[in-house]
Design a protein around this ligand. Structure first.
Ligand SMILES: N[C@@H](CCC(=O)N[C@@H](CS)C(=O)NCC(=O)O)C(=O)O
Length: 198
């Protein structure tokens, strides 16, 4: 049994969505950042965390990949060329897609007010738009970034699409928008999303 700590409107969504894809049982503790529930496991106060057999894992990318590896699903095997390409897509998501969204968020509400640089958000929008062009190129014929099989970077990118919508970042019409729609229509995503307050 897995325990996920973190409010669903956060990167915890990636972990819960992966667990739903894998059809693994879990308990969700929907704790906000810096709450006692998370600092007991991660002194940095960042969410999410996954508790597995008494060990706490942090960082949504590491957790999501660990779950895929452990259950031998939604991933290519380590040491294969496919896995290297899959990891490259994961890195692309973290650097270029999440990077733009996270910098905008930090300068909107995460950092203390006197440390925010609101003007950076225009640059973030520019970076995000570039990332969407690159994603369209890298998607190819799809339906997923690694072809026929859904893998870890699809979970990360699908999560970022919701984050982008919430932050009012533009998602271009065409293959990228269709790709994001395919991801969030998945039954496992829908089940994970039910943890959101109505
Ligand atoms: N690289 C980490 C980032 C975790 C993170 O920054 N989470 C945000 C919520 S999505 C958070 O806890 N922010 C509070 C803070 O930075 O103080 C991951 O992917 O899990």
């Amino acid at each position: 049994m897995y325990t996920v700590i973190g409010a669903i409107a956060s990167r915890a969504m990636r972990v819960v969505w992966m667990l739903e894809e894998l059809e693994q049982p879990y308990t969700l503790i929907p704790a906000p950042p810096r709450s006692p529930e998370i600092t007991a496991h991660n002194p940095d106060g960042k969410i999410p965390a996954l508790v597995v057999e008494g060990t706490t894992l942090i960082d949504s990318v590491a957790i999501t990949q660990y779950l895929a590896d452990r259950h031998d699903a939604l991933t290519f095997a380590a040491g294969t060329l496919e896995r290297a390409m899959q990891d490259s897509m994961t890195q692309f998501c973290v650097d270029e897609v999440e990077g733009a969204l996270w910098t905008a968020a930090k300068n909107s509400f995460v950092h203390p007010a006197d440390k925010r640089v609101p003007a950076i958000k225009e640059t973030c929008r520019y970076e995000f738009a570039l990332a969407m062009q690159r994603l369209e190129r890298r998607l190819g014929d799809g339906p997923f970034v690694m072809g026929d099989r859904i893998t870890v970077p699809d979970i990360l990118l699908g999560h970022c699409s919701g984050w982008a919508r919430a932050a009012k970042f533009d998602i271009p019409d065409g293959p990228v928008r269709d790709y994001f729609r395919r991801l969030v229509a998945r039954p496992a995503f829908q089940r994970a999303d039910r943890h959101r307050a109505p």
